[in-house]
Unconditional design. Sequence first.
Length: 406
Amino acid sequence: MATVELRRTAVVKLDVDDDAHHLLQETIGRFKQAAQIVADDGWNGTEDGYIVTSKSKLHDRTYEEVREATDELNADLVCAARNRAADALDSCAEKRKDGENPSKPQFTSDSVVYNLNAITYYDDYTTLATVDGRIEAEYALPNEDVPPTTYFSAEWEKHEATLHHRDGDYYLHIAVVKETEKEPEDAENGTVLGVDLNVDGHLAVTSSGAFIGNADYLNHKRREYEKRRGQMQQAGTRSAHLTMQSLGGRFARWSEDYLHRVSKALVQEALAHDCTHIAFEKLKHIRKRISNASKFQQWAFRRIQEYTEYKAAEYGIAVQKVTPQYTSQRCSHVDCSFTHEDNRDGDEFCCLKCGRESHADYNAAKNIARKLLQNWHKSGSGGATSHLALKSGTLNVNGTFTPTTV
């Protein structure tokens, strides 16, 4: 039995009085200022035009300037602001490598990151570093017997946190950790659920025939938000700017929740079919295959995979990623496997060789699961006796079907 570490986020509302509110507002403002100074410095980079992403180099280049500019902001908060800027700069550098043209990071979100030196947790309250010493803030729980989340309990160890200010209230997003026992992954007896992610129609389709989420609805909500944001930008007033920030926060929370529900449904599907593994395509290959996928859709795909991975880990289910070629063009029947771009026409898949028909995304999901089985078989870690999950049973890499027994 192996021990694995589970990481979650516990969201807790704080009860903050007027004095603490003003101190936190000033602290958030200086934290954003510190992050922006570091981002500006790293963005200007070196004479050869490279973005500086090293946290140690950014520290050496900016620490004294940031401390002076922010009127001696708490040193731990300065370091946290530097780390936030470094992560944003690193993301920009990666996008440049991929041929994109990202804009310089701008820090407008009313939030501040606290490491364990800047925050202390107690049973009923927490203390937070500010621009003028520490403040106490009680946890605003529904009642003393009902925590806001199952993760806000003694069995979960509290780590760093991010304080968010939205709609006049303060919320702590606390990273919590718990160790649990997990059976070692056994590819020899594995059952794989393949998952195909899509930019339209259903967000996720599984090899077991489940159609989960609505990509068209998600994209519609995104377009509505973009339209409202454009209107606020054209207005150009401070009120419009504040409204735009509030809209962005609400949309971000809604979309995160929606993607959490999609990932939960994927894990439940894997449990229903006694799966030991869930297989996705690697995101780099999704971007290449779906050329019209927007950055938002790519972000959604990444979130679904991340959320599915940590939710599945709690049940001992592993998430692996494969790099299949032509998953949408290959016939998923093992006795055929004919591959041709004309096999697929929109949502319809009809093999030009064997004539079998199915939903195109369902066909792709089976190919993704089958690819993982083939990888195991080639590497000598199993595969021949492992299976991919189908609607009414399982199929091994050699094409042997085993029906579900009731």
